[in-house]
Write a protein that binds this ligand. Structure first.
Ligand SMILES: [Zn+2]
Length: 161
């Protein structure tokens, strides 16, 4: 079986990069509106939301509960807002994105824990790396093995019909 891919329209890729640069050095977060074609996702629009992190996932005693530099929180109310916007356009939520300021675009353990409640098996977890305030590489990940780990999927930036 062909591995699933995520296609970002050029406007969507630009919007994610711009959002990630604007919130630097904090993480940004948003949703991706588009269409599913089998397991492949076509993202037509970025839906930026606010990073409402306030200590939801505590991994250890030394965790700074207020930092938004290496974590994000996607508020269910924002998810609902994005879902309404998608429905109004005849689209659906195909994934989410967040940024990694001055860190590689690979998911952290906190990302894996936080992702358990979001999306399904086709849901794309996009990570936009930002280095010294400038957007760098972008990756996409799928939760596999019942949420035990992330697997990378190919990201294609191309016009979508
Ligand atoms: Zn992350």
């Amino acid at each position: 079986m062909k591995p699933p891919t995520l296609t970002l329209s050029p406007a969507t890729a630009t919007a994610i990069a711009a959002h990630a640069e604007a919130t630097y050095p904090d993480e940004c977060v948003g949703l991706l509106l588009g269409r599913l074609e089998g397991a492949d996702k076509l993202a037509l629009e970025a839906f930026p939301v606010e990073n409402r992190w306030s200590g939801q996932v505590q991994l250890g005693a030394n965790d700074d509960p207020t930092s938004r530099r290496d974590r994000f929180y996607l508020d269910p109310r924002d998810y609902l807002r994005a879902d309404r916007a998608a429905t109004a356009r005849g689209l659906e939520i195909v994934g989410c994105y967040h940024s990694h300021p001055d860190a590689p675009a690979t998911p952290s353990e906190r990302d894996r824990v936080g992702a358990q409640a979001i999306g399904g098996f086709t849901f794309a977890f996009v990570i936009q790396a930002v280095r010294q305030g400038r957007a760098a590489e972008v990756t996409s990940w799928l939760l596999v093995d019942a949420g035990a780990r992330f697997e990378a999927e190919e990201v294609i930036i191309a016009g979508i019909q």
